[in-house]
Ligand binder design. Sequence first.
Ligand code: IFG
Length: 522
Amino acid sequence: MKFINFTLNAVVLTAILVQTACTPTNLTKENVIPKPVSVVSSGSSFDLTDQTDIYVQGESLELKQIGQYLANKLNPSTGLSLDVKTTVNIPAPGNIYLCIKGGDAELGDEGYELTITEKSINLVANKPAGLFHGIQTIRQILPSKVEMSTVQKGPWKISTGVIRDFPVYGYRGSMLDVGRHFFGVEDVKNLIDQLAYYKMNVLHLHLSDDQGWRIEIKSWPNLTKHGGSTAVGGGKGGFYTQKEYSEIVKYAQDRYITIIPEIDMPGHTNAALASYPELNCNGIAPHLFTGREVGFSTLCTKKEITYKFIDDVVRELAELTPGPYIHIGGDESHVTPIEDYIPFINRVQEIVIAHGKQVIGWDEIALSTLKPNSVAQYWAKAENGIKAVAQGAKVLMSPAKNAYLDMKYDSTSAFGQNWAGYIEVDKGYNWDPATLVPEIRKENIIGIEAPLWSETVDNRKDLEYLIFPRLPGYAEIGWTPANLRNWDNYKARLVNHGERMKAMNISFFPSKMVPWETNEVK
Ligand code: IFG
């Protein structure tokens, strides 16, 4: 009898141990990136089961879409076939409930409050964008295997507690240069989903450069027909039809991401100049350019047709772009005399505003007279950012030395450049936009953007190698208060995201700065 008793106890004890071991019960130990503002654990866990459904409050199509986005992310790996249902009451226990409740000023438009008990998961926000950010957190507090695309073994348990969360900056983004090398709609959609996972809300598309014009402009068809036909290295170029561009805009919008289109001018314009001789001061169109040099081209700032051209381009682009900004570039105009550059940028700002949009430009535009809502994107010269502040303009922080995703990680990196230095994962994380340049203070900054220039990459795998694992760090810099951020804490969370990136088929640089091997698979 004694023996059987002992065995029974051992079995029960083991069951409890196993259950406890794989049952997450400490919400503060989860690996959410960006780090939430506040996490309180209540020490138990919620079970996602085949009885669980996602309830949204009321009949709103937008909330149903958000619920469906979550279901589409959870169902393939859990096999639980979560349905999305609407309700006007609190759902029965065992379900996920998404609800818009105004009046929580601290959460703003993008924040959320996630309350998890043993009986339910309640996600509340002032606006749908907040719910959308909250469902990324739900994904990240489930085991990493939830991101797999095939059914994985459960159980699917979530630690109980309350997460209150909201961003520091309203502009948290990345940029993809599709001018040097073209990336098709599917590659851009893939990047948009990755930005969404880390609560980023802007994708800046660098649509034109010396090597390529990548957006159809109906009134100037040769821009893509000729100017879109090649790329760095002379390979196949490409471009987005206006229909495809609108598809990208919608896909981004459904993920609470704003597309900001850039037409770089007056420099970085060889593709346009090669397409229309009349845009050149000498009336002669240059050859298409497939090299990597910069600063050798300029629109003819003296000719009226240049401003007709810009007006047509901005008009068509503004009609296709629901977001508030048009980016006018303005960088490296080394062959545009400054006395021509300044009035040119002044006039282009007028054109953009006439089409109902606000201007963003690289920091050199601060040499002109910035319109009240124009934004200078600091990339190289702090003094230009300071000039923008002096004019009362806002600054978007993209310091090349800290945030250029096309910089190599180190001397062994397979792709990328190193003119702004190497950016290992820790260097990309360890800086604060609000103190980097003392004269550019937090109140002058609209946010952060990590640009990816594509001179050295022409396919998704290589793109991801440069973007990851640095992007989550920029997302955290844009979202999480600086006093809550530190490299050791972030590094430990990033380890777990190695599993998540693998599960999402993201190819990332296995930086030696991150102890990937310490990940305990939950
Ligand atoms: N500077 C150029 C980009 C690109 C980049 C590569 C800006 C604003 C170097 N301009 O960055 O076109 O060539 O790192």
